[in-house]
Design a protein around this ligand. Structure first.
Ligand code: PLP
Length: 389
């Protein structure tokens, strides 16, 4: 059978994730140090795991409300109010999802008609452009540059707004660059959204992982006039080291949550109840463990940035997330060649910048959610590799 004729054209058109493809090469190799997959090296804190176990012990093995347990939505609402300074009604304005991944997908599907445009900044998380295309939208990337520390300038956004623009989609701190947004840039983007009557989707999954106390995290949802046009996406994977629990949430005005919930209820029904119980524990009692992990990432960031610059790979100091994004253009290799040869010759896995969009070419993503000793050894190996080029 000719299966190519059976696959939907918008799905056939999207590439597989460059991260996953690359990591299939890593499987089965011994002694590889991975600065690759963006996943905490910490096991989920014990008291959070215990909450999941306790949930099972109590026989809580059922579906929950489609929106998620009300007790969890109350905890989310309280947490978001304390941390982001925006107030959401837990009964109507919060939806618990299967990771931020699902929240991105259903938000786009809920809002886009075929041909509607979504502006986002690139290099960016691998799912953004494919998720827009799968929702029959048109992906409109705005390239951010090393010279601007990968910040998103309102002028660059303004330049690509058209009558078909529906959404501005932002992610700060950013995967893969670690970039953070300044208040002025967020205010400029908010002004554009209001002037052009656009929705803003903001993926703030790394918001707790900020390292420079001078500028605390600011959510665009908290700016004047923005709550009514913002979908705030957040989850538990990164700050609480809960990737395997597959839990995230969206906070937004009730009609948007209602539209997202309709897709969620037919496609997913609800998030797993034991993960939801663990998430309540994370929000209510997980702060100390989260700060401990963050402090450890902070030390690793400083070490890795220093070493990469010593090696001659120009690397800015990112304000958040757990990635650095060194410039490898001085080596004369493409990012894929660099990453492949580094893996083959020195057993260090990093992700080619091109996996995060064409504008990531010439860069490498190194994740420092990896044991300190491994980061030290990896940088020694990178130094040896670059020295040989
Ligand atoms: N958004 C960003 C920016 C990410 O980096 C990731 C995972 O790496 C996700 C969303 C997906 O997160 P989740 O595990 O909550 O689906």
């Amino acid at each position: 059978m000719d299966y190519s004729a059976k696959i939907a054209s918008n799905v056939a058109a999207i590439p597989r994730s460059g991260i996953r493809d690359f990591f299939e090469l890593v499987q089965g190799r011994d002694d590889v140090i991975s600065l690759g997959v963006g996943e905490p090296d910490f096991v989920t804190p014990w008291h959070i795991r215990e909450a999941a176990i306790y949930s099972l012990e109590k026989g809580q093995t059922t579906y929950t409300s489609n929106l998620g347990l009300l007790s969890l939505r109350k905890s989310i609402s309280k947490y978001v109010e304390n941390f982001f300074h925006v107030n959401y009604d837990p009964a109507r304005e919060v939806l618990v999802t299967v990771g931020v991944s699902e929240a991105i997908d259903i938000a786009l599907r809920a809002l886009l008609n075929p041909g509607d445009e979504v502006i986002f900044h690139e290099p960016c998380y691998v799912s953004y452009s494919p998720s827009i295309v799968m929702a029959h939208g048109v992906a409109v990337p705005v390239v951010t540059t090393k010279e601007d520390e990968f910040s998103l300038k309102p002028e660059a956004v303004a330049a690509v707004i058209t009558p078909r623009t529906r959404i501005i989609f932002i992610n700060f701190p950013t995967n893969p660059t670690g970039a953070c947004a300044s208040r002025a840039d967020l205010e400029g983007i908010a002004k554009l959204a209001i002037e052009h009557d656009l929705i803003v989707m903001t993926d703030e999954i790394y918001s707790e992982l900020r390292y420079d106390d001078t500028e605390p995290h600011l959510s665009i949802a908290s700016l004047p006039g923005m709550k009514e046009r913002t979908i705030l996406l957040h989850g538990f994977s990164k700050a609480f080291a809960m990737t395997g629990f597959r839990l995230g949430y969206a906070c937004a005005p009730q009609p948007i949550i209602e539209a997202m919930m309709k897709i969620h209820q037919y496609a997913m029904l609800c998030a797993p109840i034991m993960s939801q119980n663990a998430a309540i524990e994370a929000l209510e009692n997980g702060h100390a463990a989260m700060i401990e992990m963050r402090n450890s990432y902070h030390q690793r960031r400083d070490f890795l940035v220093k070493r990469l610059n010593e090696i001659g790979l120009d690397c800015h100091t990112p304000g958040g997330a757990f990635y650095v994004f060194p410039d490898i253009r001085s080596t004369g290799l493409t990012s894929k060649e660099f990453a492949m040869r580094l893996l083959e010759e020195e057993n260090v896995a990093c992700v080619p910048g091109s996996a995060f969009g064409p504008s990531g070419e010439g860069f490498l993503r190194c994740c420092y959610a990896t044991a300190f000793d491994d980061i030290r050894t990896a940088t020694d190996r990178i130094e040896r590799f670059v020295g040989r080029l």
